[in-house]
Design a protein around this ligand. Sequence first.
Ligand code: HMG
Length: 389
Amino acid sequence: MNIGIDKIGFYTPDQYVDMEKLAEIRGVDPAKYTIGIGQEKMAVAPLHEDAVSMGANAALSILDGEDREKIDLVLFGTESGVDHSKSGAVWVHHLTGIQENACSFELKQACYGATAGIKMAMGHIALNPDSKVLVIGADIAKYGLNTTGEPTQGAGAVAMVLSSDPHIFALDNDSAALTKDISDFWRPLYSDFAFVDGKYSNESYLSFLKAVWGVYKEKTQRDLKDFEALCFHLPYTKMAKKAILTLTEEANEEDAERLMSHYQNSIVYNKQVGNVYTGALYLSLLSLLEQGPELKEGSRIGLFSYGSGAVGEFFSGVVQADYKHYINKENNESLLNTRRELTTDEYEAISEKALPKDGSNIEINNDQVVEGRAYLAAIQDNLRKYAIK
Ligand code: HMG
């Protein structure tokens, strides 16, 4: 039985900052952001958007009545959780109208959270072939104004329905993982901003990649020639270029060229959104599937998931016949192309706005929210109230 991604949807807030303009304000050569980092636009979350609302909106873009009946597990990967106790999955379950007899919970290990959800979903479906599982990765990446991490911020969510006999991508049961207790990036419970040792995080990412790729090759006897394309966790799009160059150091020209040509298609969406942490790898996969030429049925794609702190995993899957009919390119392009550009002053003002932390109530203006979308409407008596407009 094949198990994998049957549907995949994406959501990002409807406002962004242009990276060239941000570079000018910061006194940096714009080419550093657009080429050195590889980002063109950066999504900025307004006060009415958080990991829950974005996760719900990504799911609302793909779910139909049959999914709502068959989903019996909702797995919410995030490192931007909004409550120490209640999981974002419970709110998403309610906002998306999934049938009551489902389990819903949250998974955390930095950007690895959604991959953990996928692995768990595979096991669940193997035991319950008629089940469907909703896996979400939703996050707001925030390092603060005027920091070196600033150009690698972003916001967004990816939602996937996993099932048996999937229409889009069948996952292989073939992973290699690595866990090491390191301090490359972390966010203490009291902080809105992540702490990061930037250079060390880049080095750790690449050394984890090398290590799991080595174990994967040994376990599966596969090599680069067996992969049509590779997708990577994308904190910023240049990272995947470094990753491909690392893996192809000793590869033949044909493999290196093929993998680098697919890289261009796998970064189109991430370039316009920024880091979405848990969803970043899957946004890159979506970008490859939607923006690249149609891949032959059975083409194998390798995936590298990395969550700081750190856990890395290399795994793979194969594209299904007619997968192009089951993705929604127009919808995702329109989501990106209808966003409003913020001035850098507006961006700075939004970045500094925060929800009250002293228990006071707040009603949040919903003028900007599009009809049919989920949003954070209020905090009342210390409870978050979500609504669909
Ligand atoms: P920095 O110190 O500002 O940048 O930090 P830099 O000086 O290293 O420059 C960046 C690149 O731009 C370099 O290229 C420069 O050569 C180039 P590279 O050597 O890397 O190939 N450059 C230029 N290119 C063209 N024209 C120019 C120019 N000037 C310079 N004029 C850094 C960059 C990414 C470290 C910083 O933004 C940061 O700390 N970001 C946050 C951490 C991060 O994203 N780490 C990635 C790996 S860890 C990870 O992926 C996990 C994560 O997603 C969290 C999680 O798991 O939850 C972060």
